[in-house]
Write a protein that binds this ligand. Structure first.
Ligand code: NAP
Ligand code: 8YV
Length: 327
């Protein structure tokens, strides 16, 4: 509140796709400056840049150090998505900027997608759909699927919020689960493997659901795929960077593993032609959280974090690297 009783103006950069929950979600004292992409943003005047105090990152656009350095008054970056590998959170931490993300509200949706993608891949649903539409059913029944969940054991790569929600669904499907992460997850009874290759040797299915970034870059590589073996299936709902994409393509081509279901890619929205021409892969355009209900809940959390901060209250979901002190 300003000294004369009127609410002070808060200039906020809306960076990324325009969305109704975000566009209509702020009170009148918020002044929104909308830029959809990097090219657009390059046209922001220094005068506006100097007034920005909050940033809503509404899609997978990068908030890197160069971009944040243009906005010296920024107090908060409220990012859409639970993963925040597209935000330079180290720069933010060093410049007193709080970063928030959108955990929890998407957990069950993403877990649904992971299980759907697993079943579609193992049981060849997409191939069967193409077969029916091409009119082949009237002449011959679709071949039996070589894969089945009935004889599989899943190794989760990541056992956080979403990993545990996927594991619950696998429990209900009577599929045994083990997992790899750096530390054993609290309150989780599944067997923990500190070593990913050792786990890959003991299972035939991997589901990746870790953050992206340097610590997980290409962790699923040629050696891991070899350890997984010729019945192996890889499901990736984490980040494209977690998998060595070239090694995966080679492993799918030469039968080192059997199949893959991928929601994420190394260089989105580009997907290698080699993957697009393969019959033993199911490819989704990064849609694990992409229902209207869940995306609205994520957008609302982006708005709520900024509203709370500029009302002098702590945000709901700051990331661990930029903790809030003293509110
Ligand atoms: P979370 O609760 O923080 O869980 C992350 C898990 O990954 C933890 O088990 C963590 O355990 C493990 N992990 C982190 N770094 C690791 C490393 N270097 N090696 C091995 N394990 C590692 O996060 P969440 O809410 O489940 O979300 C997980 C990720 O899913 C997000 O960050 C995002 O990348 C991805 N995601 C994708 C979509 C999509 O649309 N496809 C949607 C939502 C989320 P330790 O820390 O003990 O290693
Ligand atoms: C979004 C995601 O699709 O939450 C995440 O980490 O990957 C997804 O829910 C992504 O943020 C797209 O903008």
């Amino acid at each position: 509140m300003a000294a004369n009783g009127s609410q002070e103006k808060v200039d906020v950069l809306i960076y990324g796709p325009s969305k109704p929950v975000i566009d209509n979600g702020f009170p009148a004292n918020f002044v929104l400056h909308k830029f959809e992409n990097k090219h657009d943003l390059s046209r922001m005047t220094p005068e506006i840049a100097g007034r920005i105090r909050g940033v809503a990152v509404t899609g997978l656009v990068q908030a890197d150090a160069v971009m944040l350095a243009r906005l010296p008054k920024t107090e908060m970056v409220s990012s859409f998505g639970v993963g925040y590998d597209h935000i330079d959170f180290k720069y933010a931490a060093g410049h007193n900027i709080i970063v928030t993300n959108t955990p929890d509200v998407l957990t069950e949706e993403v877990a649904d997608t992971a299980l759907g993608l697993l079943i579609a891949t193992v049981r060849e649903f997409i191939k069967a759909d193409r077969y029916l539409r091409a009119g082949h059913w009237s002449t011959q029944a679709f071949p039996l699927s070589p894969g089945s969940l009935r004889d599989r054991k899943v190794g989760m790569v990541g056992m956080g919020r979403i990993g545990q929600a996927i594991a619950r669904r696998l429990d209900a499907s009577l599929v045994p689960v083990v997992y790899h992460s750096r530390n054993p997850a609290k309150g989780v009874a599944y067997k923990h493997y500190p070593n990913l290759i050792e786990m890959a040797k003991d299972v035939d299915t991997l589901i990746a659901i870790t953050p992206g970034g340097a610590s997980t870059a290409k962790m699923i590589n040629a050696d891991v795929l070899k350890a997984l073996g010729s019945r192996g299936i890889l499901i990736n709902v984490a980040r494209g960077s977690v998998v060595d994409e070239e090694a995966l393509i080679a492993a799918l081509k030469d039968g080192t593993i059997m199949a893959a279901g991928l929601d994420v890619f190394a260089n989105e929205p580009q997907v290698p032609d080699a993957l697009k021409t393969m019959q033993n892969v199911v490819l989704l355009p990064h849609i694990a959280s992409a229902s209207v209900t869940t995306r609205n809940a994520m957008d609302q959390l982006v708005v709520d974090n900024l509203k709370l901060w500029f009302a002098g209250k702590p945000p709901l979901t700051p990331i661990a690297e930029t903790p809030v002190k003293g509110r």
